[in-house]
Write a protein that binds this ligand. Structure first.
Ligand SMILES: [Zn+2]
Length: 65
């Protein structure tokens, strides 16, 4: 039987349940620095800075021209 991969929060080290949590992907403006990624539980994801990003493919109706 294959062992299930358990995701652990990179911030608080708690286990993240299946279908829960979030992945934070950080990309530097300087591409040479590469990128980093963190798995976060829902609590830590809430605490992080950031803002909601609109889904691609649809423009906001009242965007300033
Ligand atoms: Zn956490």
């Amino acid at each position: 039987m294959a062992r299930k991969t358990v995701l652990v929060c990179d911030s608080c080290s708690k286990e993240i349940d299946d279908g829960k949590g979030a992945t934070l992907r950080l990309t530097y403006a300087d591409a040479r620095r590469g990128a980093k990624q963190a798995d976060l539980c829902e609590v830590c994801a809430q605490d992080l800075p950031g803002h909601a990003v609109a889904r691609r493919g649809r423009r906001p109706k009242n965007a300033a021209a």
